[in-house]
Design a protein around this ligand. Structure first.
Ligand code: KG4
Ligand code: ZN
Length: 337
């Protein structure tokens, strides 16, 4: 089955063609990063307007890259939850129109489950595995038992990890996108220069949760309190100290989850998976067996949507044209979706 996937949940406008849930024929992405850069963050209205302009050319390019014509598309899959409402609506409406005009079924796909699935498109791993999604919008650890079955063990209780990178970079004028800027600076800095606090949420339900609002506040508003005065204050040292505090929190929870569940296999997704220190910390950890897909499959893309869409279509069947977007997913904890 040849599935055409569409992703427009945030600021990437992406279309991909994937065969039978695994073979990527094309994976086209139009990034809006330059349009949002002057604002140091994603502007939702601008994002949805740009999706409106981009979705058709990206669709055409993706078909050309795949070397197929629209008549060879068997089904359409589209991210319809969670994400920015105005952006999701553009992709969903396009998918509905395409499904009607081509006379093929379509399915709505969950963005989180598709990130957790992305690893299967490159280096297929056996179920169950621990899936970690760390991006600008999401931070979570899950046990992935099947393509459409994930149990969320822990999430952020406030800001997403990437969002903290972006806010810190924005406040200190380090560059945009914040994660990339901080990663670059941190390689030249000393992580011991500042001793930032890391939330430790050990109680019951919060065992695998993380929190970034305290760390963000410390780095943004209370810098002087955490300066270790042996070291010179510099953007490099600030970046390295923040990065280590932010990433250690995730690695720490992940190791705990691995010990508790006995699952050593870990697949990482989301934009922050590109972080040099995170990759090193995971690959160097002798208790974990880690798979990180290539950057194109970690960040928002439509191949993961088309890939997971195949499973939605074959196990749950197609959606009807009344399908709506869901900016947030309720009942997020414990069992997902
Ligand atoms: O998955 P993604 O492309 O978009 C969504 O948020 O869904 O992730 C973008 C996030 C941004 O917050 C960006 O700052 C962060 O990923 N990021 C990084 C790095 N590259 C991107 N964070 C840390 N280190 C990086 N190298
Ligand atoms: Zn994402």
């Amino acid at each position: 089955m040849t599935v055409l996937g569409i992703e427009s949940s945030c600021d990437e406008c992406a279309v991909a063609v994937v065969r039978d849930g695994v073979d990527i024929l094309s994976n086209t992405v139009a990034s809006q990063v330059n349009a949002h850069a002057p604002f140091d963050g994603v502007v939702p209205e601008l994002a949805s307007r740009m999706h409106t302009e981009l979705v058709l050319p990206v669709y055409r390019e993706s078909l050309a890259e795949a070397g197929i014509s629209s008549s060879q598309v068997d089904a359409v899959a589209v991210t319809n939850r969670p994400g920015l409402a105005g952006s999701l609506v553009v992709g969903l409406s396009f998918a509905k129109g395409l499904s009607m005009s081509l006379g093929v079924p379509f399915a709505g796909v969950d963005h989180i489950l598709s990130h957790l699935y992305a690893v299967q498109l490159e280096t297929p791993v056996e179920y169950p595995y621990l899936g970690v999604v760390v991006s600008g919008g999401h931070t979570l650890i899950a046990v992935v038992r099947a393509p459409l079955e994930a149990e969320i063990l822990g999430t952020t209780i406030d800001d997403a990890c990437g969002e903290a990178f972006d806010k810190v970079a924005k406040f200190h004028g380090l560059g945009y996108p914040g994660g990339v800027a901080i990663d670059g600076l941190a390689r030249k800095g000393d992580p011991r220069a500042f001793r930032f606090p890391a939330a430790r949420l050990h109680k019951g339900d919060h065992r695998y949760d993380v929190s970034y609002s305290g760390l963000k506040t410390a780095v943004v508003n209370q810098l002087d309190r955490f300066w270790n005065r042996e070291y010179q204050k510099s953007p490099e040292n600030l970046a390295a100290s923040f990065e280590q505090a932010a990433i250690d929190m995730i690695v720490d929870r992940l190791v705990l989850a691995s010990r508790d569940t006995g699952i050593r296999l870990v697949a990482v997704g989301g934009g922050v998976a590109a972080n040099t220190y995170l990759r090193q910390a995971l690959f160097d950890h002798d208790e974990l067996e880690v798979s990180v897909p290539s950057r194109e499959l970690c960040t928002d893309n439509a191949a993961m949507v088309a890939g997971l869409g195949y499973h939605v279509l074959t196990t749950q069947g197609p959606a009807d044209l009344g399908l709506d977007v869901l900016p947030r997913v309720s009942g997020f904890r414990r069992s997902y979706p």
